[in-house]
Design a protein around this ligand. Structure first.
Ligand code: PEP
Ligand code: MN
Length: 682
């Protein structure tokens, strides 16, 4: 081909492109005509000019047909979002209806107007044509609380920055919040040095600056001589502050928008270490959202895996086997449990897709904790969206997970705990103890923590006799309000300290949802007592923690009810549940309760969760404890919990059923557990 031929071809292609473009304009004009006719019809029947579900469907259809032509889904979504928004505007104008008719949203942000959260929020909702009213909050947790209390529909929180990294506080809060992620946005942050009239960089002596911005602009700040950096909670607020002070030697780092808002001078813009400085914000609301088919989506989860070599690799392999693309993996130490890690994982796909559902189900069997934070449309995924193979749409993973699976043996009202869901037995590891493995785990200690001397003496005995977990009630659920109620958090401090001294993990009962966080800080295992087995808000609260839960059977509850109670914990994410048979109410009055030993094999056939037996609360009298404990071992319990006391006759609670130390040692010998007399420790 010669050069002039090549020129001609290029000219022709340009003519063709012009032609296509003018066709596009003609088609847009035709579309506008249709919109106006639609407005006319809607006006006659007084219909609203906006139907968001139709809009989403329409965009989804365009994405699907775009795929047939190998067109980028991101482009299609952007173009059609603009077309649809324009059409809504045209209709509203024609109908004389204002923006008040667009669906408004109230969004809580940390910081004031002009802050980056504010700007990201405007950009995110603005792109959807949604009217935003903002509720300002002092802290991230206040912003979350505003959503939980219904003062805002959603909150927009910064989660990571390309220069300064993860915003760890937000990760931790997100997990505890119980809210759902409904979107994310990558926001380009442009930091500027601002000052009042007359300010100049060489004369700056003090700069107010958000901690994150200090990290992101460290190189610029290092060039300033004789200038103090004062950390501030909010970028825009630092701008407002210097305006109020009106001192030219004091500057602030914030956005250009903040400069405009507070009438400040931009002394230098683009002062971040990196030109490409992005912050990713997540949008969080009370309810999960439905994503129209065909729209590229992302899902965020939090998981904890077992503490063994290769456990994380195995968990990640489940994604690759399911052909799911991971886009992010962030790890955080588990709060109050710094030796273990939580993993935040983002991947392509939506929980309502069958493949994603299958992967999450498999993962749940491996993980110690798994929670879906949410699935949401992703603007930055450039991949071709996978076509869904889902028949029914579910808004949230938990609903999908509690639905009976065809592989279960008809479990009644539970699924995650069933053998059908997971055929291999769950092993719950705490300290050196492994519940659900081959060894019998012994838990022993007083009914209640009464004093430092009492708990230390008992802890030493527990360790020396070869048991592996120390028990001790701090909040006591007493049948009579006049009985000893326990030492509360003070008792828990003693229990935790005694456990540490003798290298024993500890278990204590938690009575109310409000106490869960405080108890989970110190206790290695959280016990739910018989009287609380169906306290569903308490079950959900312990389900959100990362501590194993010892769930005692309600004294008048069936085994299916016990498994349904366990399901409340599992469904919140916490997969570490240990079941405990502790005796039930029957017509027989010779014993405090009747130990239902058949519960052990029945539960083991229905559930993969470990099962322990508490003969003390069943018997009510110490002489019956050793024979019942031996029977529990014989019938295959994974563990036994007994009450012991240095001086049972003076015990403040359950003295008659508490073993003397010598009786306990004798029982341990009969169970074949060797003593553990070490020289060190206390
Ligand atoms: C206990 O173990 O401390 C206790 C109070 O047991 P239960 O809930 O089984 O009565
Ligand atoms: Mn007791």
């Amino acid at each position: 081909m010669n050069e002039s031929q090549n020129r001609l071809d290029i000219d022709q292609i340009r003519i063709d492109i012009d032609h296509v473009d003018s066709e596009i304009v003609n088609l847009l004009a035709e579309r506008k005509g249709l919109s106006l006719r639609m407005a006319h019809e809607k006006g006659r029947v007084d219909q609203p000019s906006r139907d968001q579900s139709r809009e989403e469907d329409l965009i989804a259809k365009r994405v699907a047909s775009g795929q047939d032509h190998d067109l980028d889904s991101g482009l299609i979504i952007q173009v059609w979002r603009a077309i649809v928004d324009d059409s809504v505007r045209v209709q509203q104008e024609a109908l004389g209806r204002g923006a008040d008719e667009t669906t408004g949203v109230t969004v809580a942000i940390q910081g004031i107007e002009g802050s980056y959260s504010y700007l990201a929020c405007q950009q995110y909702f603005g792109a959807k044509g949604t009217e935003v009213s903002v509720v300002t909050s002092r802290t991230f947790s206040e912003a979350i609380q505003n959503v939980r209390d219904g003062r805002a529909d959603a909150t927009v929180l910064p989660i990571e920055n390309t220069t300064s990294g993860a915003i760890t506080e937000v990760y931790d809060l997100l997990l505890e919040s119980g809210l759902h992620m409904t979107g994310d946005i990558k926001f380009k942050v442009r930091h500027c040095l601002l000052g009042v009239e007359g300010a100049s960089i060489p004369d700056m002596r003090k700069i107010y600056c958000h901690t994150q911005a200090v990290a992101q602009c460290s190189e610029f700040l290092a060039t300033l001589e004789d200038c103090e950096v004062v950390h501030f909670s909010d970028t825009a607020l630092s701008g407002k502050r210097i305006k109020d002070l009106n001192d030219p030697s004091i500057g602030a780092i914030a956005s250009e928008e903040a400069a405009r808002l507070f009438d400040l001078e931009v002394l230098k813009s683009g002062i971040a270490n990196r030109e490409e400085n992005y912050t990713r914000f997540v949008v969080v609301a009370t309810d999960p959202i439905d994503i129209p088919e065909g729209v590229p989506a992302k899902t965020s989860i939090v998981m904890a895996v077992s503490n063994r070599p290769g456990a994380l690799m195995d968990a990640l392999a489940i994604f690759s086997e399911g052909d799911i693309n991971l886009v992010k993996l962030e790890s955080r130490p588990i709060p109050h449990n710094p030796r273990e890690e939580l993993f935040y994982v983002d991947f392509e796909g939506d929980v309502s897709e069958k493949t994603v559902d299958a992967v999450l189900n498999t993962l749940m069997k491996e993980a110690r904790f798994l929670k879906v934070l949410g699935s949401y449309p992703s603007r930055d995924l450039r991949q071709k969206p996978k076509l869904r193979t889902t028949e029914s749409r579910q808004g949230n993973a938990r609903e999908a997970l509690v639905e009976p699976s065809p592989t279960t043996d008809d479990p009644k009202g539970y699924r995650l705990g069933s053998r059908g869901h997971k055929s291999s037995s769950t092993v719950v590891e705490v300290g050196g103890a492994r519940f659900g493995g081959d060894d019998l785990v012994m838990i022993a200690g007083p009914c209640a923590v009464e004093s430092w001397d009492q708990i230390v003496a008992t802890a030493r005995e527990v360790r020396d006799a070869g048991a592996s977990v120390l028990r001790g009630g701090c909040f006591k659920p007493r049948t009579s309000p006049y009985s000893f109620q326990g030492l509360g958090l003070e008792g828990l401090d003693m229990l935790a300290e005694a456990g540490k001294t003798f290298g024993l993990p500890v278990v204590t009962e938690v009575l109310s949802p409000e106490d869960v966080d405080a108890v989970a800080k110190k206790s290695d295992i959280l016990q739910i007592g018989t009287r609380n087995m169906q306290n569903f808000s308490l079950l959900a609260a312990v389900g959100r923690t990362h501590r194993p839960v010892l769930l005692k059977r309600g004294m008048s509850s069936s085994l299916d009810e016990l498994l349904q109670a366990a399901e409340y914990i599992l469904a919140e994410g916490n997969q570490q549940v240990i079941l405990c048979e502790r005796g039930i109410r029957t017509f027989e009055r010779s014993t405090r309760n009747t130990l239902d030993l058949s519960a052990v094999p029945v539960l083991k056939s229905r559930t993969h969760l470990p099962v322990v037996v508490d003969p003390s609360h069943a018997a009510g009298s110490r002489d019956l404890v050793p024979p019942l404990a031996l029977a529990a071992e014989a019938i295959g319990a994974h563990g036994i919990m007994v009450e012991i006391h240095p001086d049972p006759d003076t015990a403040l609670s359950d003295g008659p059923q508490s073993l003397h130390f010598h009786q306990f040692e004798h029982l341990m010998g009969a169970l074949g557990i060797p003593p553990n007399r070490r020289v060190s420790g206390g």
